[in-house]
Design a binder for this molecule. Structure first.
Ligand code: C2E
Ligand code: MG
Ligand code: MG
Length: 394
């Protein structure tokens, strides 16, 4: 097919507005609601043939036409955002970009223009760039990614698992989400090892404070596994193929059909709390053996001073509130507040001021709070599992 494509034909397609965006819905695996869509380009030829992006994007890139195409598609995506917002709020559309689009600053300049004019808000639009493109062009794209992030635009790393990121480099670019590659997601069912790759990627995203998104979900089994193992967002033919904008708007209204569960989030929260305990334990250990024998980052761990910003607090006081009314959930509030207060005391070396300044007392109070929280989380997980309605997707 690509053999027959020429630069002239592509220029003609741009002039005739034959490049159109289709929208593939994204679901929150926590709430089951549609949270947005990825905009994917198709070349709708006058003959009725539809050409896939994998066929003509490489030609566009090679012939220098991609830049104009991206700008044209950004305008269409912004128009779509405005239309969607007339019906529904809180959704985000993502567009795919290539390294050149970022290196030239064109995309960030156009987006800034739309933000300044108040046409869109930063939460309405996201950028996707593939892992291999990002890692292969690290220096060229770095500044623009920072610029976009400073504008409040979320940047998603696409096709994660195919591009040989080093974790070091990954954490130097301001990605807000990892989209697990569909090959990685598809291979999940073929071996326990492949399943563990997905679990490890979800955990890595959590550790780096990024959202985990899985694409290429084609079955209920994959959907359910990701849902109960803490993956946050999902995309794939199982949910919907890429569709036209009007169909996407109708699709949003049927979103109640999707199963969402907090089970995966609770599972992650148990991990977080044990990690939190370990960080505090290390602080006390460092105090005992002396600062010279400890890494500064261990003595000052990544623990949020504000309860609402902490991993635990942002779940409990955020999306977790949907569980309000369930006894184990409501019982969590006080121990979470107490643990946060105690954590700050330990971090600021104010060990149990009121109890003779003993580290031992602080640690044993911490352990009893951690145990209480973990057992309440387990009770909540079991209660949710038992009350899980007949999955409507199975
Ligand atoms: P991508 O960004 O990773 O997009 C996901 C691709 O996987 C899409 O293919 C989508 O149709 C397909 N897909 C989604 N769910 C499933 C599933 O469950 N099973 C299977 N087999 N496939 C699924 P599409 O639209 O052909 O796009 C291919 C790639 O072309 C995209 O991969 C993206 O890298 C690139 N692309 C698409 N639109 C644009 C664009 O507007 N600009 C640029 N620069 N690249 C684009
Ligand atoms: Mg993409
Ligand atoms: Mg992808």
């Amino acid at each position: 097919m690509s053999g027959g494509l020429t630069q002239r034909a592509l220029e003609h397609a741009i002039e005739n507005d034959e490049l159109q965006l289709y929208y593939q819905p994204k679901i929150s695996l926590i709430s089951g609601m549609v949270i947005g869509a990825e905009a994917l380009v198709r070349w709708n030829q006058a003959s009725g043939d539809i050409i896939a992006p994998s066929v003509f994007i490489p030609l566009a890139e090679k012939s220098g036409l991609l830049h104009d195409i991206t700008v044209g598609l950004l305008d269409k995506a912004v128009e779509a955002v405005v239309k969607v917002k007339r019906h529904h709020s809180g959704l985000a559309l993502s567009i795919n970009v290539a390294p050149n689009d970022l290196e030239s600053h064109t995309i960030s300049e156009h987006i800034k223009h739309y933000l300044d004019k108040g046409v869109i808000n930063a939460n309405d639009l996201q950028i996707e760039i593939t892992e291999s493109a990002a890692m292969g062009n690290f220096e060229q794209i770095h500044d623009d990614l920072v610029r976009l992030t400073n504008l409040g635009i979320h940047v998603l790393m696409d096709d994660f698992g195919t591009g040989y990121s080093s974790i070091d480099r990954l954490s130097q670019l301001p990605f807000s989400a990892l989209k697990l590659d569909q090959g990685v997601v598809k291979r999940m069912g073929t071996s326990r090892q492949n399943l563990n790759v997905v679990k490890a990627s979800i955990s890595m995203a959590r550790e780096l404070r990024m959202t985990s998104i899985a694409e290429g979900i084609e079955s209920a089994a994959v959907y359910n596994f990701l849902m109960v193992n803490g993956c946050e967002e999902a995309q794939g033919f199982f949910i919907s193929r890429p569709i036209e904008l009007q169909q996407f708007i109708s699709f949003i209204e049927q979103s109640h059909a999707f199963e969402g569960s907090q089970i995966g989030r609770i599972h992650q929260t148990v991990h977080n709390i044990l990690y939190h305990r370990k960080c505090l334990f290390d602080v006390v250990f460092c105090d005992r053996i002396g600062a010279k024998a400890c890494l500064p980052s261990v003595m000052d761990p990544d623990i949020s001073a504000s309860l609402e910003d902490s991993r635990l607090g942002s779940w409990y006081f955020g999306i977790g509130q949907q569980l309000s009314g369930m006894v184990p959930f409501d019982s969590l509030e006080q121990p979470i507040r107490d643990l946060h207060k105690l954590s700050n005391e330990i971090l600021h070396r104010e060990y149990d001021k009121h109890r003779n300044g003993k580290q031992e007392t602080a640690l044993s109070r911490m352990d009893s709070l951690v145990n209480q929280i973990v057992s309440l989380l387990h009770a909540l997980e079991s209660a949710l599992l038992l009350k899980q309605s007949e999955p409507s997707l199975l």
